[in-house]
Design a protein around this ligand. Structure first.
Ligand SMILES: C[S@@+](CC[C@H](N)C(=O)[O-])C[C@H]1O[C@@H](n2cnc3c(N)ncnc32)[C@H](O)[C@@H]1O
Length: 294
């Protein structure tokens, strides 16, 4: 299967992006994307679209910083988190793929630098499953990195709390280590759509947390559950538990930098991590599949 470029879908009127001002569908020409009411948005040279209105930002540079995005890209390229990718693809294969004629629309909200949606593109290509893939993130640094690498995926800078998508247009939402806004996302989901959510458990990276927090918080925190409206139910939940070894100090530093822990850690504890050359950590996440009732 050959994936098409973003602009092709949008030109053909088959895109699912909606105008953040009025909610109408968006059509593009080469450099801008416009709705029926004339609201227009630039398509960046790298192919992504900025749909984040200034009144939907809480700061001038929201979301993950350039350094966090670069660290996440370096860390994920080690493939140490590939068990998460496998678990997501297994769920999609078992519960979602099926009818080859139907083109499925996948949207990852809080997609970061695009690792997971990029892996999903590879998987769907191997399965010859026709699909359109979208990634949304509030961080322009994330979306720039994602759009540069994954040319056949549509990326938009946008706030997932009110995603600029047409109502009932999405087959599958993915939310991986990212905030998810269930009520507004449900409006965008088709009547038989799915949500795949990956959340860390209390044991995830416990060895790292034991070093960086003076008071051990391991074991006190439960994984965040979606507040379930009656329209969806938890269909399947898989626990992924692996022990992974970080063989280089730079990999330890990247993992640390890409998590929120970095910003809460005192300088002397950061120094401890700077001296480690090898570390074994627990990867423990829940991969959940929610299904929308019709
Ligand atoms: C922990 S990172 C996970 C990124 C990616 N899913 C991954 O696992 O590699 C969380 C991401 O959510 C984004 N984010 C935070 N709040 C957001 C919001 N309201 N809307 C869209 N993205 C948001 C951040 O910019 C960041 O890229």
């Amino acid at each position: 299967m050959i994936m098409k470029k973003t602009s092709q879908y949008i030109n053909e009127g088959r895109g699912i992006l909606a105008c953040p001002v009025c909610g109408e569908s968006l059509r593009s020409n080469a450099k801008t994307i416009k709705c029926y009411n004339g609201h227009s948005f630039d398509i960046a040279r790298q192919g992504y679209i900025n749909l984040l209105l200034s009144n939907r930002k809480k700061s001038s540079d929201p979301g993950d910083s350039k350094d966090m995005i670069a660290a996440r890209r370096r860390f994920l390229s080690t493939e140490l988190y590939s068990p998460i990718v496998e678990a997501i693809c297994d769920l999609i294969e078992e519960y979602i793929l099926g009818n080859d004629e139907v083109e499925l629309r996948f949207v990852e909200v809080g997609c970061g630098e695009g690792y997971y949606i990029g892996k999903l593109e590879d998987f769907l290509s191997q399965k010859h499953s026709p699909s359109m893939l979208y990634g949304i993130d509030i961080s322009k640094h994330a979306i720039l990195a994602a759009a540069k690498r994954y040319k056949h995926i549509t990326f938009a800078v946008d706030n997932a709390s009110k995603p600029s998508l047409l109502d009932k247009s999405v087959d599958v939402f993915l939310s991986i280590f990212a905030p998810f806004y269930v009520e507004n996302s449900l409006k965008k989901l088709k009547s038989r759509g799915f949500i795949i959510q990956v959340v860390p458990t209390k044991n995830h990276l416990k060895e790292l947390k034991q070093i960086i927090y003076e008071e051990a918080i391991v074991g006190n925190k439960t994984a965040n559950n979606l507040e379930l409206p009656s329209k969806i139910h938890l269909h399947k939940k898989n626990l992924i538990r692996e022990t992974i070894t970080l063989n280089k100090n730079s990999t330890i530093q990247d993992l640390f930098l890409m998590t929120p822990h970095y910003w809460r850690t005192k300088r002397d504890l950061k120094v401890q991590l700077e001296e480690l050359d090898r570390m074994t950590v627990t990867l423990e996440v829940e991969v959940r599949l929610y299904a929308k009732a019709t």
